[in-house]
Design a binder for this molecule. Structure first.
Ligand SMILES: [Fe+2]
Length: 440
């Protein structure tokens, strides 16, 4: 299994006692509503189809390992043949080599390190005992990395891979610079906080009727028709239906980060499940079924029973991201199919579909810090625009922490040594427009 983990980390297994409690029967009600709309037969038919398809998907990923994650250069991304582009879309994740030059990314990293050193007592982070995801949003490095002309051009391209209503479109691929944190992970510190998970909400996928609609084909017995790039319903889905620190308010067409340092396997990097359509279908259907009692029959989907009186949504909480584990989601064969991304150089980017399972390596056995700036491809939609207006207002208000995030020790970065504010945005009017500050 090239690229799969030699040893599965001590990530939690999700059992019935380890998920959102349901004292009032609220969760059972969500299941009942969905079954009332689509019917038991349709959900069961989808379950069987998806588990069957997963046999192929998991065989393929476990054979290819890291090689299942496509790689393209920054230039190639704009010249993809239709067939190659389809491969990237179907896989749902890919490395883009050389989004910016290695020297520029290294320069950004040096600046970031100095900014962090100068303001250390005022910078919070996560996890609290060994913080390395730093609560920084407006450092000169992040502003530059988000607004670099290559970055915006790349994001516009990725956003355009999604499509809106042909008759009444309200989205545009023009990129928005969602302000997210930055990571500087030192070697030698194990981290178990981010096992396999999907962002963009969790229980809200079933609870919010507009979010549920995104998965219409999956619930209606036709999972093969699910279109992962349909923005027409997705743009109205409420990812923060249940508010929580793990949920971004904006829809990111692709999550992503840009490497500021090199990082390879076992150097605190990323693991991906390089399939989006079948894996997300399985995650959506899984809560409706109860496993057979016999261990030997677990992988036989036909032996699972549809259970309408059980409020257990495996690995699901209102406030946390959607989680998965080998025992709660056996058909995903996570131990074989969560694969390391290829070794990254400074300036490379990795992007993954908003519905993709991903995890952070527990070990960093390398010799130097592993640093990335979280930079997603965020399309212009009405809901995204509304958030961006508030984000831009916070930025212009002395570098206030954006609404989606918890403040560190100081909630205005404008007080930091080395803070440059809007002067840090590159690319003139285009950079300022993406940051949401034009016309504010
Ligand atoms: Fe995540």
């Amino acid at each position: 299994m090239p690229g799969a983990l030699k040893q599965w980390p001590a990530w939690p297994e999700f059992t019935e006692g380890k998920s959102e409690p349901d004292p009032t029967g609220e969760l059972i009600q969500y299941k009942k509503e969905i079954i009332a709309i689509y019917g038991e037969a349709a959900i069961r038919s989808s379950w069987l189809k998806v588990c069957k398809e997963l046999e192929k998907v998991t065989d393929d990923i476990s054979e290819k390992g890291t090689a299942a994650i496509p790689e393209v250069s920054y230039t190639e991304l704009f010249e993809l043949s239709p067939e190659r582009k389809q491969v990237l879309k179907d896989t749902g994740c890919f490395v883009v080599r050389g989004v910016v030059s290695e020297s520029l990314a290294s320069e950004w990293f040096d600046n970031l390190k100095a900014y962090v050193a100068d303001n250390k007592p005022n910078i919070g982070g996560w996890p609290s005992e060994t913080p390395f995801v730093l609560r920084l949003y407006w450092s000169p490095t992040q502003l530059a990395a988000r607004s670099h002309p290559h970055q915006l051009r790349l994001q516009r391209e990725l956003n355009s891979w999604w499509h809106d209503s042909p008759t009444n479109p309200t989205m545009s691929p023009e990129p928005l610079s969602y302000a997210d944190a930055v990571r500087i992970r030192p070697p030698g510190v194990p981290f178990f906080g981010l096992g396999p998970h999907v962002d963009a909400g969790s229980l809200c996928r079933w609870a919010d009727p507009s979010y549920r609609k995104v998965y219409d084909h999956i619930f209606s017995g036709e999972p093969e028709k699910h279109d992962c790039y349909d923005l027409e319903t997705r743009k109205d889905a409420k990812q923060a239906h249940f508010r929580g620190g793990a949920h971004s308010t904006v829809l990111r067409a692709f999550q992503g980060w840009t490497a500021l340092t090199s990082a390879g396997k076992q150097e605190g990097s990323l693991l991906l499940y390089p399939n989006v359509k079948t894996a997300i279908a399985y995650m959506l259907l899984r809560p409706f079924f109860t496993a057979p009692a016999s261990e030997k029959e677990i992988m036989d989907a036909s032996k699972w029973t549809l259970d309408t009186d059980n409020g257990w949504f495996p690995g699901t909480w209102k406030q946390d991201s959607q989680r998965a584990s080998p025992t709660s989601h056996p058909h995903l064969r996570l131990k074989e199919c969560m694969v390391n991304i290829p070794a990254m150089r400074p300036g490379d980017g990795i992007f993954w579909h908003t519905d993709m399972l991903h995890a952070v390596e527990t070990d960093h056995l390398g010799k130097h810090d592993s640093s990335v700036a979280y930079i997603a491809a965020t399309p212009t939609t009405e809901a995204n625009n509304a958030y961006m207006k508030r984000q831009a207002a916070a930025f212009m208000n002395g570098g206030k922490v954006p609404e989606d995030f918890t403040p560190g020790n100081v909630d205005h970065e404008g007080e930091f040594k080395g803070y440059v504010g809007e002067a840090g945005i590159l690319n003139g009017e285009a950079g300022r427009r993406a940051a949401g500050i034009v016309g504010l």
